[in-house]
Ligand binder design. Structure first.
Ligand SMILES: [Zn+2]
Ligand SMILES: [Zn+2]
Length: 331
């Protein structure tokens, strides 16, 4: 095995990632060393690169939808074998003893650390990860197709669970998360209504192809009142719009880590026991549930592959909405 690896690093928000050669990291106690097979490009990476996330650790290797093979284990790691395929999500470390951790809300851990933000991520040939946050993945699948499940899929799934048993669900922003959750909804026999940027006929067609009951522009009303809405686009103005289409007692779930400011809106939109909530991160339980469910559906991800050294191009295309589905880096 080589002792150095290629990686893409963020040195300064607002500037492109830089290709560098770094030593292959050694796994600390409790960690696995992984050879990265694929790493998804998430909108959160774009927020990090654009300087929209507070206090980034710099320089940083982004990437938190990592699919890799176990190369070595640090002291105290059990239950993994060499060569095994695992996935590493956004939540990369939790304290295990704060109130949140002890009560099943480790996604809210006060001391949580995040992959590709505070812990070096997967835009590299190798990475190390806390073995507690490595999920076993199927061997036979295409690793690039699995990558988007690790964040777009997982966060989307958590957002969907928070929407309860809603039958008619609006989805604002039809990108990586939406195209996965659309397949879950269809599998569960629920209806979804896809809202895209006005004029984005390609995304609307993509949503219809995945079974949308209706697809249109975000400034259009749906043909039916919605039981719930999931907002995957980072635009705060969508929140009052979505609330206006949700029935009494329904909820609007904001799934992104960053959103532009939400404009003021009349109380009447919230009245009627409507709820607004956000989704933060994930728990290992979400991971176990969703990664067991996805192959049973099965979820087929639509991916666009980029070589590792073209990460900047992948980010740029994501920003412009230039592709359907998800971008994945393949070292
Ligand atoms: Zn904690
Ligand atoms: Zn993500």
């Amino acid at each position: 095995m080589s002792t150095t690896m290629r990686a893409m690093i963020l040195e300064r928000p607002g500037s492109p990632l830089r290709a560098v050669e770094l030593p292959v990291p050694a796994p600390a106690p409790g960690q696995l060393l992984l050879r990265v097979e694929a790493c998804g490009v998430c909108r959160t990476d774009l927020h990090l690169v654009d300087g929209e996330l507070p206090d980034p650790v710099l320089p940083m290797i982004p990437g938190h939808e990592i699919v890799g093979r176990v190369v070595a284990a640090g002291d105290g790691v059990d239950g993994f074998r060499s060569g095994q395929r695992v996935g590493v999500p956004w939540l990369g470390w939790t304290c295990g003893h704060c109130d949140f951790c002890r009560h099943g809300h480790e996604n809210l851990c006060d001391a949580a650390r995040f992959t590709g933000y505070q812990i070096a991520g997967g835009y590299a040939e190798y990475t190390v990860a806390d073995a507690r946050y490595c999920f076993p993945l199927p061997d036979a699948a295409d690793p690039a197709a699995l990558a988007p499940l690790l964040c777009a899929g997982l966060i989307g799934y958590r957002a969907l669970v928070l929407a309860g048993d809603a039958r008619r669900i609006g989805i604002y922003g039809f990108g990586a998360a939406a195209h996965i959750i659309a397949q879950v909804l269809r599998h569960q026999g629920r209806e979804f209504y896809a809202f895209t940027r006005p004029g984005d006929a390609a995304s609307q067609a993509f949503a219809r192809q995945l079974g949308a009951a209706w697809a249109g522009a975000a400034d259009q009303p749906p043909p039916q009142r919605l039981d719930a809405a999931l907002i995957f686009a980072p635009a705060g103005a969508l929140l009052p719009t979505a609330l206006g289409h949700v029935r009494k007692g329904g909820c609007v779930v904001c799934a992104g880590i960053h959103m532009s400011d939400i404009p003021a809106f009349p109380y009447s939109l919230l009245w009627g026991e409507r709820q607004v909530r956000s989704v933060a991160n994930l728990t290992r339980r979400d991971g176990d549930e969703f990664l067991a469910l996805a192959p049973r559906i099965p979820v087929n991800t639509e991916i666009v592959r980029f070589p590792l050294d073209r990460a900047n191009e992948a980010l740029d295309q994501l920003r412009r909405g230039a592709f359907q589905g998800a971008a994945v880096l393949v070292p």
